[in-house]
Write a protein that binds this ligand. Structure first.
Ligand code: HEC
Length: 145
């Protein structure tokens, strides 16, 4: 997505994202290969978004007619579900603003959407091996495209 148009802005956002929790320190020479969508994401980037935006329905047992849970990394890998996630998010089918529930479903922010779509684009990388529960991984959200 528009790689390289705003390298400084994206780098700035990257520094902010990566400095959460450990004071940063990578501000020099970390020119990645261009845009936010090239930043490597793991399950840890999307887990909090799924929890906040999807697991209200995609839980176990499923609620409000959702067809499967999206609780764990493994859930997203069964039957290539992550690809369906990408398609559903991309065309604003999910989260379902069209579904009548109380309280009403709210749309994803553009940062949440960009982060989810970039993770799917990267073939849905797993959590880091030494941090399965994402405790030590700083939260990441890509900037709006
Ligand atoms: C308010 C409940 C609710 C929320 C929140 C919700 N879903 Fe769904 N989801 C559903 C329902 C209901 C369906 C079945 C829709 C249908 O096929 O008519 C569905 C279907 C899906 C499907 C299958 C679509 C297909 O290919 O047919 C995917 C993938 C999906 N949801 C992903 C997500 C993701 C990712 C999120 C969060 C960003 C999310 N959903 C949030 C209720 C929800």
């Amino acid at each position: 997505m528009r790689n390289g148009l705003r390298p400084l802005g994206l780098l700035g956002a990257w520094i902010v994202a990566s400095s959460c929790g450990n004071g940063g320190g990578n501000s020099k020479g970390e020119q990645t290969d261009g845009g936010g969508s090239n930043m490597e994401l793991t399950w840890c980037a999307v887990a909090p978004i799924l929890e906040a935006r999807c697991q209200r329905c995609h839980t176990d047992p499923e609620k409000n007619g959702a067809p499967f849970p999206l609780l764990s990394y493994d859930d997203t890998q069964r039957e290539n579900r992550y690809e369906h996630m990408g398609a559903a998010i991309d065309r604003d089918f999910m989260p379902p603003l069209w579904l009548e529930v109380d309280p009403p479903v709210e749309p994803l922010s553009c940062r949440e959407k960009a982060t989810l779509l970039a993770w799917v684009d990267q073939d849905a990388p797993p959590p880091p091996e030494d941090d399965e529960s994402c405790v030590a991984t700083a939260p990441v959200e890509l900037p709006c495209p």
